[in-house]
Design a binder for this molecule. Structure first.
Ligand SMILES: [Zn+2]
Length: 567
């Protein structure tokens, strides 16, 4: 009984604390006096870029209980701790909506992300996610993270759980099972459904299957994020399919890593962008994300025809052992290369090949010459097949045009996202985007080239991703919002990671706050792990269309307190 009373008292105290921390302005108006040291932390003298796209303004920011308690003039004495941001920019922490961090609990500090100002990650992209979203997000409780974590549920993972890598349509029963898994994932807090329609097994799905599963995500107010079926010669059809899925299922569409990766098609982003503009003009919520590089990164497997990969690597190896089948695979690869506009595979660099790490950082043409003594297309294809048989590789493909990257960046509906995983320093030669993406936009594209204004770049990294993925209490420097913040020097911010030397942290990022705690201070990682699991709450159950208005979750709904680890 005593215990119950105590619990009730604690709950009441918590409610009072919450009220006070969320409404300091009201408190101030009623009492007319401000107690000293009322904020956990005060950031002074900042030029605030608030995330909405407005020109910077000078203000101090007070943080209390993990939230932004006040924006305005605050005497330093009011803060238990003061961070002077003189000469620097204060912005909302960057939200990276396109990541692959299923393994984040093995690298909970996520240093490559926080050191470029990223405070929230959305994982589960390109069709690949944890199927048990509750377990995945729940991991934050036992293994606290430096960043906030949200996830999509991946169509490919759900399909694999129900029907393996079968190259066929699902039976009615199988589809029902898949719908059930998506339903559960959405109830567990997934922010939407993702697809990877070039990958096994997502590539085996017809449009209707995706529509059926997207409908389930739509019922819970989720988004549909897609790695489209094609990013080259059939990219227009692929965009049309994505929009069609969103329209049929009634939910917002996010086209992932929007690009043109076919050399013959370079310069045609006007057409791809127009499809998105037209859809938006019709009232469909379509947005895109992009990383600021002319190279992509994915598996070596993606160079092989998908029919050859059915059943997994062992099955595929058996297929490749049959000479006529191997010849057919080689011929299709040759044709695809020709259509892509590249003269050979010198645009394809090995990021990580476990069977022979000495090949990391080299391109397929070089490797073929080194291994086989000659480097004609036939030999290069043979080399790719033997590397596939030896376990495959992750790759970096230099396949995009700079002008297209810039044109996509200028569009108001484009957000900035890395498509990266958590990086172990020094391991392999991965794409540099995981260390430099946000800093590269702020340095190269904003300061050096003037492609977009600073305030717009920040908007693309903060409020736009937050609002698109339903994280409504983040992405803006406003009273009441979560205190995810970054302080950086706009005159020096830059990406140092290169394709040759990718393991370099970004420059000019001085302080990073996650839920009010410093995870980067004076450019160095701290020991703090204040990241929260961000579960999408099913506030919009029953709403048929994601187009009819904003989802109904309140700002505080983004975080269920149970998932927020307490120090
Ligand atoms: Zn992808």
């Amino acid at each position: 009984m005593k215990r119950q009373l105590r619990r009730a008292a604690l709950a009441a105290a918590a409610v009072v604390a919450l009220l006070f921390s969320q409404h300091p302005a009201r408190l101030r108006a009623e009492t007319g006096a401000v107690a000293e040291g009322r904020y956990d932390l005060v950031i002074t003298n900042a030029r605030v870029v608030d995330g909405a796209g407005n020109p910077w303004f000078r203000a101090d920011v007070g943080i209390q209980g993990g939230r932004i308690a006040r924006v305005g003039r605050i005497a330093p004495a009011e803060g238990a701790r003061v961070v002077d941001a003189r000469g620097q920019i204060l912005a909302p922490g960057f939200i990276d909506v396109h990541t692959h961090v299923e393994d984040i609990y093995s690298l909970p500090e996520a240093e490559n992300f926080v050191r470029m100002g990223v405070t929230t990650l959305v994982s589960g992209n390109c069709g690949g996610s944890a199927v048990n979203v509750n377990e995945y997000l729940g991991g934050v409780r036992s293994k606290p993270l430096a960043v906030n974590l949200a996830t999509l549920v991946g169509h490919g993972s759900v399909r694999a759980a129900v029907m393996g890598t079968a190259n066929r349509e699902p039976s009615a029963e199988e589809l029902q099972k898949m719908e059930g898994l998506v339903e559960q994932a959405m109830r567990d807090g997934a922010v939407g459904l993702s697809t990877g329609l070039i990958y096994v097994p997502g590539t085996y799905a017809k449009t209707d299957e995706v529509v059926a599963l997207a409908r389930v995500a739509a019922r819970h107010g989720g988004v549909y994020a897609t790695h489209m079926r094609n990013e080259g010669e059939r990219v227009l059809d692929a965009i049309r399919e994505s929009i069609h899925i969103g329209e049929q299922a009634g939910l917002p569409v996010q086209i992932s890593h929007f690009k043109i990766s076919n050399k013959r098609w370079w310069g045609r982003t006007g057409e791809t962008i127009n499809l998105v503009r037209e859809a938006r003009a019709r009232g469909l919520q379509v947005t895109v994300d992009q990383y600021a590089y002319t190279a992509s990164s994915t598996s070596l497997d993606s160079r092989l025809p998908s029919w050859a990969l059915e059943g997994g690597r062992e099955e595929a190896k058996k297929r490749l052992a049959d000479a006529p089948t191997r010849a057919r695979v080689a011929k299709e690869m040759r044709d695809a290369l020709k259509r892509s506009g590249f003269k050979d595979y010198s645009y394809a660099f090995v990021a990580s090949h476990r069977a022979d790490p000495a090949l990391n950082g080299k391109n397929i043409a070089e490797i073929t010459k080194q291994v086989r003594g000659k480097s004609d297309i036939k030999s290069q294809i043979e080399q790719i097949l033997s590397m596939y048989e030896a376990g495959g590789a992750s790759m970096v493909y230099h396949s995009m045009g700079e002008e297209d990257v810039r044109r996509i960046m200028r569009e108001p509906f484009t957000m900035i996202a890395s498509d990266s995983g958590v990086r172990r320093r020094g391991e392999g030669v991965p794409h540099p985007r995981g260390y430099g993406n946000n800093a590269r936009v702020l340095g190269r594209y904003v300061r050096e080239q003037g492609i977009i204004p600073l305030e717009d770049a920040v908007r693309k990294m903060t409020s736009l991703p937050a609002q698109t993925f339903g994280l409504f209490d983040r992405g803006l420097v406003r009273e009441g919002m979560a205190a995810d913040l970054v302080i950086f020097d706009d005159k020096t911010v830059a990406d140092l990671a290169t394709f040759e030397q990718p393991h370099q942290y970004a420059a000019g990022i001085t302080h990073v706050f996650v839920n009010g705690e410093l995870v980067v201070a004076d450019g160095q990682l701290t020991a703090a792990r204040p990241g929260a699991a961000l579960r999408h709450t099913p506030g919009a159950v029953g709403v048929k269309s994601g187009l009819s208005g904003p989802r109904e979750n309140t700002p505080a709904d983004g975080v269920r307190p149970a998932d927020k680890p307490r120090p």
